[in-house]
Design a protein around this ligand. Structure first.
Ligand SMILES: CC(C)(COP(=O)(O)OP(=O)(O)OC[C@H]1O[C@@H](n2cnc3c(N)ncnc32)[C@H](O)[C@@H]1OP(=O)(O)O)[C@@H](O)C(=O)NCCC(=O)NCCS
Length: 196
C-alpha cells in the first residue's frame, strides 16, 4: 500500500486513544538516526517545546503494510520560523560570523527563514521517495524567504540526506561547523523558497 502524508497537529501529539503521534515519531527518529534506545525520553520535551514556536508545522508519513494491519507512522518532518531567541539561530549567527560573513549578509540570511528541524524516515521505508515527499509537503505554501537546515557531515556528501538536499537545490552556508556541546561536524545548508 502506498505511503500517505498527513498533517500532524500539536493537539494530537499525546492523544491517548492510539492516535498520539509524538511517541511513534520519536521512535522513527531514533531508528533513522541509529541513536541508543531511550534517546526518545530526552528529546520529547524539546520536540514538545518546538510545537509552541511560531510557524511550527509537522507532516507525518503513514503506511499500512496490509489490509489487516493498522497504519503506522514511518516518517516525520517538522520545522518552524527561525527567530533570534532560538538556540539554533544564535549558533547559526555565531557560525556565520566566524565563517567570515558580513553583518548585512548574516541579517539577510537569518531575517526570514524556515528552519527544517527534523526529517526522518524509518530505515525499513527509506529510499523510496518518502523523505522527498515529506520535505516538499512541509515546505509547501511557506511564507518565509528561505529554508535552512543542519545535517551531519559525511564523506563525499554521500548519504540519502545529502543526496536529497542536493537534489532539491540546497547549497552550502557553513561546512565543518560544530554546535556548542556537540563535537560532531555539521553542515548548514539552505535554499530560497518556494521549492517547486
Ligand atoms: C534522509 C531521509 C529522510 C531521506 O528519506 P528517504 O525516503 O530515505 O529518501 P528520499 O525520499 O530522498 O528517497 C530517494 C531515494 O528513493 C529513490 N526513489 C524511488 N522513487 C522515488 C521517487 N518517486 N521520488 C524520489 N526518489 C525516489 C531514489 O532513487 C532515491 O535513491 P537514493 O537515495 O539511493 O539515491 C532518510 O533517508 C533518513 O531518515 N535518513 C536517516 C536520518 C537522517 O539522516 N535524517 C536527516 C538528518 S538531517
Amino acid at each position: 500500500m502506498p505511503v500517505r502524508l498527513v498533517e500532524l497537529t500539536a493537539d494530537d501529539a499525546h492523544r491517548t486513544d492510539g492516535g498520539g503521534w509524538l511517541s511513534p515519531a520519536l521512535d522513527v527518529y531514533v531508528s533513522a538516526m541509529n541513536y541508543p534506545r531511550g534517546t526518545q525520553l530526552h528529546r520529547a520535551p524539546l520536540w514538545q517545546d518546538h510545537m509552541t514556536r511560531p510557524g511550527w508545522v509537522a507532516i507525518g508519513a503513514v503506511h499500512q503494510a496490509s489490509a489487516e494491519r493498522p497504519e503506522t507512522l514511518v516518517g516525520i518532518a517538522y520545522g518552524y520560523r527561525g527567530a533570534p531567541d532560538q538556540w539554533w539561530n544564535q549558533q547559526l549567527c555565531a557560525g556565520l560570523r566566524l565563517g567570515g560573513y558580513r553583518r548585512e549578509q548574516i541579517d539577510e540570511i537569518t531575517r526570514n527563514y524556515f528552519e527544517l528541524t527534523e526529517l526522518h524516515v524509518h530505515p525499513s521505508m527509506q529510499g523510496t521517495g518518502t523523505g522527498q515527499r515529506l520535505l516538499q509537503r512541509l515546505l509547501r505554501d511557506r511564507s518565509e524567504n528561505s529554508v535552512l537546515l543542519s545535517t551531519p557531515e559525511v564523506p563525499d556528501d554521500d548519504n540519502r540526506a545529502w543526496r536529497l538536499y542536493r537534489r532539491l537545490g540546497f547549497t552550502d552556508l557553513l561546512r565543518q561547523f560544530t554546535f556548542t556541546g556537540d563535537p560532531r561536524p555539521f553542515a548548514v545548508l539552505g535554499r530560497r523558497l518556494p521549492v517547486q
